[in-house]
Design a protein around this ligand. Structure first.
Ligand code: LMR
Length: 394
């Protein structure tokens, strides 16, 4: 079977972690994959999660199959989290991670609506792969302006106005991955109104809720679409905000024009999930339901989430300051304006390779730095190395 087959390239993000693990150098830093680290460089299990797991250990009484859509209580909690309250014209299924949600969404689009999906330029490296694997045509719209290190507003809105009716547009709800450049509340309203006017649908990727401003403020884009009364879908990931990475915990929510349409939607969400993975892994969803149904645990979780966001903000400021002090040839203030885990640093491919080969510092080929991986222990070394990379003659 494999004799004449070419090996697949390593994954742009998770492949880096593999290379990092195999790197024998002692002083190495992984700033590739989007994983939160505390000041000691450890990815902790949140205390709220540990407490929920203790409850589950005592109360869980079966390992029988989950319902195809996951438990109803989970769907309810997910809707309250992404919309602020339950939405009667929507249907939610529990999926294996945000990636699972995106893949189910792609299958639904292919079968019932768009054969073409538009993604931002740039976007998360796996978006293209997921949508192409589901048989969609992937096109891109302008988003990031490398010169201003901000939104290319003219290019973005012009593209949205010209996307054909029936196509789908992938939008990042907050903490745009990889650029960290988000659109404002007014711009979201504009986007939702263009969608309504032009007749394209939206798939909102909501992987960083709570990492931008707060759980509530980060809903701004979803709220704009909800108000516009168009059909849209939301792919949620709880990897980052609950630190549940390896538990593969996500959800797909389809918002329909009317409650009756949501009934039809859930039947197809379930039929699609059944052929892809049958029913979701239980543990992560049960943790989230246990936390969100308890006032005490949800308050604790929010405090922990706030602390993660604040630590990242401090790391951003320290990185910008450290690079400025070292005389890098750019204004680093954009780093503190970016939202979420990442800083789109402007490093070139050669500079990224220099950092990996010469300094054992791993960042994604696009120049995306996982700021959440910077710690007091590695900050100075990273700043020295990045400054050296940037100050080298081209
Ligand atoms: C990332 O962008 O680094 C994360 O979303 C992890 C992943 O699966 O790529």
């Amino acid at each position: 079977m494999w004799k004449n087959v070419e090996a697949a390239p390593a994954d742009a993000i998770l492949g880096l972690t593999e290379a990092f693990k195999n790197d024998p150098r002692f002083a190495k830093v992984n700033l590739g994959v989007g994983v939160y680290k505390d000041e000691e460089g450890h990815t902790p299990i949140l205390t709220s999660v540990k407490k929920a797991e203790k409850i589950l250990l005592e109360t869980e009484n079966t390992k029988s199959y989950m319902p195809i859509a996951g438990e109803a209580a989970y769907g309810t909690e997910v809707q309250k989290m992404i919309f602020g309250s339950v939405c009667e014209r929507s249907a939610t299924i529990h999926t294996p991670g945000g990636t699972g949600a995106l893949r189910v969404a792609a299958e639904l689009l292919r079968n019932f609506s768009s054969k073409t999906i538009w993604v931002s330029n740039p976007t998360w490296a796996n978006h293209n792969n997921i949508f192409e694997a589901a048989g969609l045509t992937v096109k891109s719209y302008p988003y990031y302006d490398a010169k201003t290190k901000d939104l290319d507003a003219a290019g973005f809105f012009d593209a949205l106005e010209n996307i054909p009716a029936g196509d789908c547009v992938l939008l990042h709800a907050c903490c745009h991955n990889p650029s960290g450049v988000d659109i404002s509340a007014d711009q979201w309203k504009q986007v939702a109104s263009i969608a309504q006017k032009k007749g394209w649908s939206a798939l909102v990727d909501f992987a960083y809720q709570g990492f931008g401003e707060s759980i509530e403020a980060d809903r701004v884009g979803v709220e704009a679409f909800l108000a516009s009364e168009t059909d849209f879908m939301v792919a949620s990931s709880f990897s980052k905000n609950f630190g549940l990475y390896r538990e593969r915990t996500g959800a797909l929510t389809a918002v329909a024009a009317a409650p009756a349409d949501a009934e039809t939607a859930i039947s197809h969400l379930k039929a699609t999930a059944r052929v892809l993975y049958s029913n979701p892994p239980a543990h992560g969803g049960q943790i989230i339901t246990t936390i969100l149904q308890s006032e005490e645990l949800s308050n604790l979780w929010k405090t922990e989430l706030d602390a993660m966001r604040e630590r990242i903000a401090q790391a951003r400021a320290a990185l910008a300051e450290g690079l400025t002090e070292r005389g890098v040839p750019m204004d680093c203030s954009f780093m503190t304006r970016q939202k979420g885990m990442f800083s789109f640093s402007g490093l070139t491919k050669d500079q990224v390779n220099f950092l990996k080969d010469e300094k054992a510092i791993y960042i994604v080929g696009s120049g995306r730095i996982n700021v959440a991986g910077l710690t007091p222990g590695n900050m100075a070394g990273v700043c020295d190395a990045v400054a050296e990379a940037m100050n080298q003659p081209a």
